[in-house]
Design a protein around this ligand. Structure first.
Ligand code: SAJ
Length: 433
């Protein structure tokens, strides 16, 4: 099995394609966006990810990686397309089935089809059924059920952290689940060529649920952290200190509070479980709703802090959904900026800045312009660069000196020494003292 076709060249597909291409496979990367195809065939990349440019450049120049808008015959087809949720929070798996449709003409007996996209439980099997309906010639009469096809199907969810994708794609342990043991074996053999972590074998539905469980655990944990922070803020103590000290317990690991939960994974995947099992997923749903309500609470906090200022300017620092990434999808920072701009229209100027994000839909400004004559700074993404801001220099450029840090990212004593009225989301101690 030397030829791989990766469908979807985004945050996961492109790193996956370039890793296989640099490990002896001939890879065709397919994307419906012609600009992405063009950029990659020039050996360049369209996403910000550490080390990815070098890998893509090497793979393209060696001829091992080529991008196209259409699939072609291959031994292995890997589907890495987005699986967002719809307005009603139901999972949208249409891109997965479109990708499956695009490879139909090229499937041959013995091929392996891998669904990497995060999907509700049972979708890998539904993809196999879809193929069986469209390509009855691939059905082997002697085998019954989803294994009746002589094309193999497996679910190989990724668990990489944006910003460390290439390292984690190789080093993280991986769960692989096939429709049948032969499919699982084949998928393990292929992924074993790029994964140095342990590969755990299971069935497809279990692998689908494992992925959802991982991200749901994180979302529920963050919702607890956010709720504890809000309670501590009201209580007049520092929620960050409470969490930090609670985590000294050998079996406690409470994550950090923040301005909300964003991205296309943690904020999305738990809904896949809730939509399939609404009765059973009470805690999961409550955690999702709590995290989704945090941006509104942050906006209320900002409005309270700014209410005495006349025609204030508020500088939102950070549009990305988290620190040190350029992705603003489902970002709570963008939600907060947009809500503030709408509610303070005509009463205040609200600007946004983020040195990592390129998004034509956002009026992003350089940080110096954003803070110039600002009454208040709201830090919304924990980018490393914000730690280098010199509060004395920043104070000279600003009209007021209010700082709300929603990520506990800055050295608050330095900012207080520079004359700032510093507020930390989740810390009520300043008010009490
Ligand atoms: N967040 C907090 N507090 C925390 C950690 C995160 O508020 O302590 C917020 C972040 O600011 C961000 C959101 O949660 O808005 C999600 O950030 P994240 O770093 O938790 O997760 P992702 O979406 O970047 O990556 C997650 C990871 N899943 C787990 O850690 C279980 C990653 O391993 C997955 O591969 C990825 O989802 C995915 O693609 O599924």
């Amino acid at each position: 099995m030397k030829n791989i076709c990766v469908i979807g060249l985004g945050y996961i597909g492109l790193p996956t394609a370039s890793l296989f291409a640099n490990n002896g496979f001939h890879v065709l990367g397919v994307d419906t966006n012609p600009e992405i195809v063009e950029v990659i065939n020039k050996g360049k990349i369209h996403i910000e990810e550490v080390g990815l440019r070098t890998l893509v450049e090497a793979a393209v120049s060696s001829g091992q990686l080529k991008a196209a808008s259409e699939p072609a015959n291959a031994d292995v087809f890997i589907i890495c397309v987005p699986t967002p949720f719809k307005e009603d929070k139901k999972p949208d798996v249409s891109y997965v089935f479109e990708a499956a449709g695009s490879i139909l003409p090229y499937l041959r007996p013995g091929n392996l089809v891998v669904v990497e996209s995060t999907v509700p439980p049972g979708i890998t099997e539904k993809v196999a059924d879809f193929v069986a309906k469209k390509r009855a010639d691939l059905i082997e009469a002697k085998r019954k059920g989803a294994g009746s096809l002589n094309v193999f199907f497996a679910h190989c969810p990724e668990r990489v952290l944006p910003g460390k994708i290439l390292k984690e794609l190789v080093e993280n342990d991986r769960v692989i689940g096939g429709l049948g043991v032969e499919a699982t074996r084949l998928a393990c053999e292929i992924y074993g060529r790029i994964v140095s972590g342990r590969i755990y074998q299971t069935d497809a539905t279990t692998a689908e649920m494992v992925k959802l469980a991982e991200n749901t655990f994180r979302d529920v944990n963050i919702s607890l952290s956010n709720e504890l922070a809000l309670i501590c803020q009201k209580l007049g103590i520092n929620g960050w200190e409470v969490i930090n000290l609670a985590n000294k317990h050998p079996r406690v690991r409470i994550l950090n509070p923040g301005p909300g939960v964003g991205g296309h994974c943690i904020a999305v995947d738990p809904w896949f479980i809730v939509s399939e099992f609404p009765e059973e997923s009470q805690v999961i749903k409550a955690a999702r709703l709590r995290n989704d309500a945090i941006p509104e609470l942050v906006v209320k906090m900002i409005m309270g802090l700014i209410k005495k200022e006349t025609k204030p300017k508020i500088a939102c620092l950070g549009a990305a959904y988290k620190g040190n990434v350029g992705d603003a999808r489902n970002s709570p920072a963008v939600d907060i900026y947009r809500m503030l701009a709408a509610r303070l229209k005509g009463k205040a100027e609200v600007v946004i800045s983020d040195m990592h994000v390129e998004d034509s839909k956002l009026p992003l400004q350089p940080v110096d312009d954003a803070i110039n004559k600002a009454s208040m700074i709201v830090l919304l993404a924990d980018h490393e660069e914000y730690k280098e801001l010199d509060p004395v220099e920043v104070a000279k450029k600003m009209k007021g000196k209010i700082l709300l840090d929603t990520r506990n990212q800055l050295d608050h004593s330095r900012w207080r020494s520079a004359g700032f009225d510093v507020h930390l989301l989740g810390d009520g101690s300043a008010r009490r003292s």
